[in-house]
Design a protein around this ligand. Structure first.
Ligand SMILES: NC(=O)c1ccc[n+]([C@@H]2O[C@H](COP(=O)([O-])OP(=O)(O)OC[C@H]3O[C@@H](n4cnc5c(N)ncnc54)[C@H](OP(=O)(O)O)[C@@H]3O)[C@@H](O)[C@H]2O)c1
Length: 293
């Protein structure tokens, strides 16, 4: 078995969620030790047992599996996580994966506390974790890596999902900005658009219904729920690639797990670094073939 992440230590928030589980499974199969963060201690333990059993079945030694039960909404959550990261000797990788869907429907009908809480969990907590952990990222001469999971609304308007879309767009802009700030620290930070995945999030859209979510959103969620359950695997594979040395120097990008040719992007690292490809930009008339005086 190939273990490109042997000796690495990765912290994943939202570890037992649908995408979180796929990311943990992929990183662990690639040899990484995991610090798995989530709200439920029991579900974290269950995931750790599953991954350990999978390693045993594959005949390999299991890299360390640590769990940390913490509610990211708690005031001391970031400090608790930073303490656990430091106690284990720092990190090679931070994956900001945990998120909530937030209120669905027109803004004026959204509960304002729920709207603000969505910005907190989906944007402020990931940013705070980057800030708190920046000094712990990168070990044994390796580059530190951060992966922020983006989502629908980041690259265009997403009516009825204003809190979620605003948080995810800002997370992408933060990713691009922070990439410049940490370049000399030898840290790569990228965002991933995972595509639509059947999870609590899609269930929340179906529960909200067509009237609140909109027909297109409801149909997309239905399609995901009726899918084969593997939609998260490509985003997990991309996370593994971004964690590995193969992606060294690729930073500040938003990569679409399903559509971008990321497995071969190492051959385009210089081209990427000198361009704005895979970033958020303003469109001007010339980009659409118009010339306005
Ligand atoms: N599903 C999609 O179609 C889709 C599309 C694009 C992007 N994404 C992104 O993918 C990531 C994973 O989402 P998912 O689809 O896998 O959904 P999910 O299964 O609901 O996973 C989200 C995870 O975040 C955790 N979480 C939420 N609030 C938390 C808190 N206050 N403290 C600690 N943990 C908390 C959840 O824990 P609990 O179960 O305990 O609440 C859950 O484990 C998210 O960043 C999401 O925005 C999803």
């Amino acid at each position: 078995m190939s273990t490109p992440l042997a000796g690495h230590r990765a912290l994943i928030t939202g570890a037992y969620g649908t995408l979180g589980t796929a990311i943990c499974r992929r990183l662990h199969a690639d040899g990484a030790g995991l610090l798995m963060v989530g709200r439920s201690a029991a579900r974290l333990e269950e995931l750790a047992a599953t991954l350990a059993a999978e390693s045993a079945a594959a005949g390999g030694a299991s890299a360390p599996l640590e769990t940390l039960a913490v509610d990211l909404a708690a005031a001391d959550a970031v400090g608790t996580i930073a303490g656990a990261a430091a106690a284990g000797g720092g990190l090679d990788l931070l994956v900001n994966n945990a998120a909530i869907q937030g209120p669905i429907g027109p803004l004026w009908e959204n509960d304002w506390d729920a709207w603000q809480e969505t910005i907190r969990i989906d944007l402020l907590v990931p940013v705070a974790l980057c800030r708190a952990l920046v000094g712990q990222l990168g070990r044994n001469g390796r580059r530190g890596k951060i992966v922020n999971i983006s989502g629908g609304g980041a690259t265009g308007p997403r009516p009825n999902f204003s809190a979620y879309g605003v948080a995810k767009a800002a997370l992408v802009r933060f990713t691009e900005t922070f990439a410049h700030e940490v370049r000399e620290r030898q840290i790569d930070i990228n965002a991933i658009a995972p595509g639509v995945i059947a999870s609590q999030m899609t269930q929340a859209i179906l529960a909200a219904g067509n009237t609140r979510a909109g027909n297109t959103e409801a149909a997309t969620a239905r399609k995901a729920v009726d899918g084969d359950g593997s939609a998260q695997d490509k985003a997990a594979a991309l996370t593994g690639w971004l964690a590995s040395a193969a992606s060294d120097g690729i930073t500040g990008r938003l990569l679409a797990a399903l559509w971008d040719p990321w497995p071969s992007l190492d051959q385009r690292a210089a081209d990427l670094a000198s361009s704005d490809i895979y970033t958020l930009r303003r469109i001007v008339p010339e980009d659409r073939g118009r010339h306005w005086e």
